[in-house]
Design a protein around this ligand. Structure first.
Ligand code: KG4
Ligand code: ZN
Length: 342
């Protein structure tokens, strides 16, 4: 089966062709075009994002087909993100995907972006099967999810305020580092930063659950920067970055260990853009091992937004006999319930 995947939930236009034969999964192409139009605004402008998707999408799909060495006539189904994300951006990919599938008389499947992040690791680990624990940490999300079975999920906890990636991006801005803050902080911290130079708070640390909070941490970094003054803050930027990163990693690690014990899960996955963070990858791998579990790391190229993960969940749904209605609407907000499709 050949699936075309389309991702347009935020400011990246993605297209991918995936071949799925039984347990075999081969990403024939996965391309992404990041919109530069937002740079001068310091954040994503929703209306500009949807217009940029409109012009980028058709040529991207053509390139993805070309790179895969196939034509539209070879495609068996089309999958696209329908939630969560910016509504205008979602609508472009969703409408394009439906129209294409309708015109070719092939199935269309809507995919939840969070589910796609969560299961992206399966693209390269065909033996991984539920039950397993998932931690999705991205620019918009921080969720602990138990994958009970394919299509059956239990939300265990999430952030009460900022998402982990959002905290990285805001603190990156505060430290004067290039956008997006996540990779910049990761790199700066590795350049000799002392993770214990500043004792930053870990929100909800004492609570026996797997909810997290990053807004207090963000404020603590801002106050530390103000106290140091601009020159000293610049001189100690590696220490600030490393100490902030340590606080994020430590709070995720505490709650991750709690979730492992609470669910008894023996396998776990780390997913989403922030899963590219080197410190987080190392610490959670060690912690899982000491809790008697195995952590499966999402390959770097499938951590941040991509369309291969969308194609993969589309294929999974089709394998279970699920296809979407032509009337499927774009849903901007994340709601845990629609994650379940079985
Ligand atoms: O999954 P993603 O591409 O988009 C969303 O669905 O949100 O995640 C993007 C987020 C950004 O906040 C970015 O700063 C963060 O992932 N990120 C990182 C790293 N690479 C990307 N955060 C920490 N360390 C990294 N190495
Ligand atoms: Zn994402």
């Amino acid at each position: 089966m050949l699936i075309l995947g389309i991702e347009t939930s935020c400011d990246d236009t993605g297209a991918s062709v995936l071949r799925v034969d039984g347990a075999e999964r081969t990403v024939l192409s996965s391309i992404l075009s990041s919109q530069v139009v937002h740079q001068e605004y310091g954040g994503v402008v929703p209306e500009l994002a949807s217009r940029a998707h409109l012009t980028a999408l058709a040529p991207m799909v053509r390139r993805a087909l070309d790179q895969a060495g196939v034509t539209l006539a070879d495609i068996d189904a089309v999958a696209a993100t329908f939630m969560p994300g910016l509504v205008g951006s979602l609508l472009v990919g969703l409408t394009f995907a439906k129209s294409l599938a309708w015109s070719r008389g092939i199935p269309f499947v809507g995919v939840n972006h969070i589910e796609a992040h969560l299961l992206a690791v399966c693209l390269e680990e065909p033996d991984l099967a539920p039950p397993f624990l998932g931690l999705v940490v991205s620019g918009g999300h921080t969720e602990f999810i138990l994958v009970e079975d394919w299509g059956r999920y239990r939300l265990l906890g999430s952030t009460l305020d900022d998402a982990a990636g959002e905290a990285f991006d805001k603190v990156g801005q505060l430290l004067g580092l290039p956008y997006p803050g996540g990779p910049s902080i990761d790199k700066t911290a590795r350049a000799g930063g002392d993770p214990h130079a500043f004792a930053f708070p870990r929100g909800l640390r004492k609570r026996d659950d797997c909810d997290v909070s990053f807004s207090g941490l963000k404020t603590a970094v801002r106050l530390a920067v103000e106290k140091l003054g601009p020159e000293e803050a610049q001189r100690r930027v590696a220490d600030l970055a490393a100490s902030f990163q340590e606080a994020v990693v430590a709070s995720l690690e505490d709650k991750f260990a709690w979730a492992l014990r609470h669910t008894g899960a023996r396998h776990a996955v780390l997913a989403g853009g922030v899963a590219a963070n080197s410190a987080l990858r190392n610490r959670l791998t060690e912690r899982a091992a000491s809790e008697g579990a195995l952590l499966h790391l999402t390959p770097m190229r499938f951590c941040t937004d991509n369309a291969a993960m969308i194609a993969w969940v589309g294929a999974l749904k089709l394998q279970h006999g699920i296809r979407s209605d032509w009337g499927l609407a774009a849903v901007p907000a994340f709601e845990a319930v629609p994650l379940n499709w079985r």
